[in-house]
Ligand binder design. Structure first.
Ligand code: RB5
Length: 167
């Protein structure tokens, strides 16, 4: 039976030069089963900067245009740091299969970050598929923790040094 594009999960992908070739490979492997939003880089450019490719993926996930995001840089670390600046984004660097599904099931992770200089193509593809097939458990304890996470997002953590000193 043919699957209609509207029935497919939409996945936004982004990568800098460190993740470019892995991202291209992932797009090729995923395109039959998922609706793909390839948000760059469109070509290998050794001087490009990962934050520029994280932002479009964040926007796609926050707006609901994509249900999930995949970010690839050299280590996966830089992309993960940038993505988690934005409330509503729960991005994690997962290089093991357990975390790739448990992060969704327990923590409602919505962006998977990968380091193309750290793992190979086959593991990366398995991690992405595992992440995309996983669903949030909706269990009360997981909902409660997610709500606490959302509450933290609303707080200001700017420290007033004078107030702390009682001045
Ligand atoms: C780019 O050389 C590299 O620093 C970047 O892809 C990433 O690994 C940052 O975390």
């Amino acid at each position: 039976m043919k699957t209609d594009a509207k029935d497919k999960l939409c996945v936004a992908l982004g990568a800098d030069h460190g993740g470019f070739y892995l991202k291209q490979e992932l797009v090729t492997r995923l395109q039959d089963d998922y609706e793909i939003l390839d948000l760059g880089a469109d070509s290998y450019a050794p001087d490009d900067d990962y934050p520029d490719f994280v932002v479009p993926v964040i926007k796609a996930v926050i707006s609901g245009e994509a249900q999930r995001g995949v970010l690839v840089c050299g280590s996966g670390v830089g992309a993960c740091i940038v993505a988690n600046k934005v409330p509503g984004i729960r991005a994690c660097l997962c290089h093991d299969v357990y975390s790739a599904h448990q992060g969704v099931e327990h923590d409602d992770m919505n962006i998977l970050c990968l380091g193309a200089r750290v793992i190979g193509v086959e593991l990366a593809a398995e991690l992405v598929t595992t992440f995309l097939k996983a669903r949030f458990s909706e269990e009360e304890r997981h909902r409660r923790r997610l709500q606490k996470t959302r509450d933290i997002e609303k707080q200001s953590f700017l420290v007033d040094r004078d107030k702390e000193r009682g001045a």
